[in-house]
Structures are given as C-alpha cells and as structure tokens.
Design a protein around this ligand. Structure first.
Ligand SMILES: Cc1cc2nc3c(=O)[nH]c(=O)nc-3n(C[C@H](O)[C@H](O)[C@H](O)COP(=O)(O)OP(=O)(O)OC[C@H]3O[C@@H](n4cnc5c(N)ncnc54)[C@H](O)[C@@H]3O)c2cc1C
Length: 425
C-alpha cells in the first residue's frame, strides 16, 4: 500500500465523500479547506435520490441537520401557467430532501472527523509541486504535505486546477444561478417544492424549495449561451440582477410565497459547471471531482449527487491502484469510472435541455410528463435521479427492479429503528 497520504482540497460533498471512502479503507488522508465550517455554499439545497443514497452509504445520519426537510411532491409550472403535480414514491424511504448547505456540509464534515482523517480548516492550497513520489501541497500558512495523489474538490473555480495548469480557457460554467432565503413563507412554497418554467428565462427555471419553519430557498438559474454571459448583448438571456426582483413581483410567485414572505439575506449568485469531459478530469497525480470536474447535471444544474459520486470514484480509483509498484494508474482508472458512470446521462440531459429552450418545447415536455398517473410518477423519479437519466439507453446498467428501487434512509426510523433502508420489501 502506498504510504503517502492523499491530500483532498475542498471539504464540500465531493471532498468529504472522497475522504471518508479512503479513510474507511485504512488509507491516510488530509482534508484541507480554506473555509472554517460551518460555511455557506450558494445552492438550491435540493438533494436528489441519488445524493441521498450516496450520503447514506457514507454512513451519514441527518440528525445534525435541523433544516432537513423531506419532500413528497414536485409541482412544475409550464410557461403557459399550467401546473402539474408529480408525486414521489410514498414508501418508507426518502426520495427528495431539502437541507441548508451551511448545515448539511458542516454535519458531513463532522461525520468525516469521526474517521482517521486529518482535517485542516482555514488554510487554502497555495502551491502544488510534482515530486519524485507524487505531489507536494503547500497551504496558505506554509504547511507542506507530501502526497501520493491530490483530489481536487475545490469547486467551480478550483484553485488546484489553476496551480496544475489544467484550466479550460474562458470557461465560466454552464449555468448561472441566484439564491435567496425567505422567511415568513405562508403560501404553498412553505411545504411544497416548486419549479416554474418562466418563458423569459428558458431553458432556465425559477425554484422554491421548502426548508420548514416558514422558510424556503428561492432562486433561479439560467444557462449560459455558448459561453456568452447573461445580460451581455449577445446573450438571449436577460440581466439576472434586474430579472430577480421582477420575477419576485409576478402574481403567481407572490401567491406561491405568500404575502408575508421576506428575504432573510441578500441574494447571492454563483456559476454551475456542467460539462463532463470539458475541463480535464485528471492531471498528473491530480483527480478532479465535483464542481472542480464540471460534473453537474446540464438539465437541472444539480451537482451534489454527482459531487458525492465522483468523490467516491476518485477514492476507489486511488485505493484500487495502491498496490501498483510505482503507485500510478489512479488517473486512468478514475477517468474510466467517471465516464462510465456519468457521460451517457450528461448527453441525455443536454439533448433534453434543448427541448426546453423554447416555450413550445417546455409546454409540450410538461404536458407529456403529466399525461397519466404512470407518467407523473415516473417523471418525478426520473427528475430526482432515482435512476440514471439515460438508463433506458444504456443496457449495461439494466437490473431487475431498476425502476422501483428504494430511496434512501428510513422515513420513520423511530418506529422501526432496526430496519435499515434498502432491506425493505
Ligand atoms: C445557485 C445554485 C443552486 C444549486 N442548487 C442545487 C440543488 O438544489 N441541488 C444540487 O444537487 N446541486 C445544486 N447546485 C450545485 C451544487 O451546489 C454543486 O454542484 C455542489 O456544491 C458541488 O460540490 P463540491 O463538493 O464539488 O464543491 P463545493 O460544495 O463548492 O465545495 C468546494 C469547497 O472547496 C473549498 N475551496 C475553495 N477554494 C479552496 C482553496 N484554495 N483551498 C482549499 N479549499 C478551497 C471551498 O471552501 C468549499 O468548501 C446549485 C448551485 C448553485 C450555484
């Protein structure tokens, strides 16, 4: 086994997933983040079934996340104003949850601390140097750590990628999204998860995700058009800062939030990278995961599940090649695993997002998804990544019961604590 530790830069979902997977197998790990947790992360706070399954598999328990809000239905509003309710399964497991990232990420890092992981907060990566045995990381305080591999889990603007010289020129993400927390929410948004396809921001969308206690995470995301920034005169997409207050004034959105809804804090914006294989997935002794690898979903902009998956895959690749005499090979193993796991679904999402570019396409897609009870149930599961986006097109992933798997966690653990998720009939 390689003796050098793996250094993971970034302790968000991707970094924690990699760190826990490595540490559970007895590998040495240092987990470095420039922030001190709890720290905010601009996000919609929505956890898909896939993300929930990954969290559960890491042994993470949500008890330390006060805002953990399970969701049963997704309500989608089409540009014509027609709303369709898509029900998620009512079995004993969870298929969608909303949880404030500030709390979720801090709790996940606390879970990582229960393993033999050296957690270093408040220090950013400052230097990266190739050594004869691997790679050396120097942090902003001058601390040097010699590593076999570096896992770069440091988000959209990945400083590790810059230091390694693997930057994709002019890349600024594929989505740009605004988020604002609201309190005093008394309309349907207090308890329901809403997605609204507003005609002027297509193929983007407005969302309101419930956080319990009269709170909601409200925001909107738009796709960048061929690298052109929103608001630029070459872009079809309007200036986001001007669009945001105008969206909040729309009667159906006011009704959704209720008359007493007030912002808790100013809105904040951040890009979402969703272009797997665009920016390199690996460098020399460096594996990029999560937003640093641009693995978000091009259709919805969701990236937490993909961050957890790629963190795990990077760790498994390092573990799987640890006995190689020169300790090499994790780069190729990770590239292959990440592509096999995510590329087909990415392509499917890109194709479908084209249909949502215009009002007619969005209307037709929502009408089709809402045709019958069967289409509504399956659309909800598909949207929330209960099964992979391109499952039908990838026979290698077909399994018995693939359309009816359990979600994650036990919805009512107190009533039957001995029965873990995944073993229910
Ligand atoms: C507005 C918005 C809404 C979104 N909504 C959703 C949603 O509802 N559901 C969903 O699944 N996804 C959503 N996403 C995407 C999701 O937030 C990301 O895909 C996800 O956070 C990626 O996780 P990560 O671990 O790769 O990176 P991050 O969560 O960004 O973590 C990166 C970490 O790296 C650290 N770091 C940065 N620089 C350095 C440095 N120099 N040295 C050390 N550490 C460093 C940061 O402090 C941070 O802790 C949304 C994104 C946006 C912008």
């Amino acid at each position: 086994m390689q003796t050098e530790p793996t250094v993971i830069i970034g302790a968000g979902p991707a970094g924690c997933s990699a760190a826990i997977t490595l540490a559970r197998s007895g590998a040495r790990v240092a987990l470095v983040d420039k922030a001190t947790f709890p720290r905010d992360k601009i996000c919609g706070d929505g956890l898909t079934t896939s993300a929930l399954r990954e969290l559960e598999a890491l042994g993470f328990r949500p008890d330390g996340v006060p805002s953990w809000t399970p969701v049963d239905d997704v309500v989608v509003r089409s540009p014509s104003g027609n709303s369709v309710r898509f029900p998620l399964p009512r079995d004993r497991s969870l298929h969608a949850v909303v949880a404030r990232r500030e709390q979720l990420d801090a709790a996940l890092l606390d879970h990582a601390r229960t393993f033999d992981i050296e957690v270093i907060e408040g220090e950013g990566i400052a230097e990266l140097e190739r050594t004869s045995h691997g790679v050396a990381v120097t942090t902003s305080t001058g601390r040097r750590i010699d590593a076999g591999y570096v896992v770069a889990a440091d988000g959209m603007w990945s400083p590790t990628r810059k230091l390694a010289g693997d930057v994709l020129p002019k890349y600024r993400g594929d989505w740009h999204a605004f988020r604002q927390y609201f309190t005093g929410v008394t309309g349907p948004a207090a308890t329901e998860l809403w997605v609204s396809f507003e005609a002027d921001i297509l193929p983007g969308y407005f969302w309101s995700f419930p956080l319990g206690d009269g709170r909601a995470n409200v925001g909107f995301g738009i796709m960048r058009h061929d690298g052109v920034a929103p608001g630029n005169k070459l872009s079809r997409v309007p200036d986001m800062a001007r669009t945001w207050p105008a969206l909040l004034e729309r009667p159906h959105i006011r009704e959704l939030l209720g008359p007493d809804a007030t912002p808790e804090s100013p809105h904040r914006a951040w890009p979402i990278p969703a272009r797997i294989g665009g920016p390199a997935l690996t460098g020399d002794r460096v594996l990029y995961v999560g937003d640093a690898a641009a693995v978000g979903d091009p259709l919805t902009g969701e990236g937490i599940g993909q961050a957890l998956i790629t963190g795990r895959l990077a760790a498994e690749s390092i573990l799987g090649t640890a006995h190689h005499p020169a300790g090499r090979g994790a780069e190729a193993a990770y590239e292959a695993a990440a592509r096999a796991s995510l590329v087909a679904d990415h392509r499917m999402s890109v194709t479908l997002s084209r249909a949502l570019t215009h009002r007619k396409g969005a209307r037709a897609a929502i009408a089709l998804a809402g045709l019958s009870g069967w289409t509504r149930r399956n659309f909800a599961r598909w949207l929330f990544e209960d099964y992979p986006r391109a499952l039908l097109a990838t026979p290698r992933r077909w399994r018995r019961g693939m359309f009816t798997p359990d979600g994650a966690y036990d919805r009512h653990p107190e009533t039957d604590p001995k029965e873990p998720a995944g073993q229910r009939s």
